[in-house]
Design a protein around this ligand. Sequence first.
Ligand code: SF4
Length: 90
Amino acid sequence: MERGKQKADLSGRKRLPEWMRMRMPGGDHYMHVREQVNKHGLHTICSSGNCPNIGECWGEGTATFMILGEVCTRACKFCAVKTGKPLDGG
Ligand code: SF4
């Protein structure tokens, strides 16, 4: 299909081009990464930031960890990570 042209489905609605569509998260690698993250109570920017690539990256066994926790002191408008004052550990 020509890039930029939208194909219509049977109801006549335009569909996103293939290169713009995301795979649903799933598969053995994805499930394994998710299990490990949950089991060990890890924080990843992938899930904390609601990254749209999570299906693809976790599906290939890749994740990016937030080693100092799930809270960020910044409040960037485009980011879904929780904003606040991290625990000082003391
Ligand atoms: S590793 Fe992949 S899913 Fe995680 S934040 Fe980076 S692009 Fe997103």
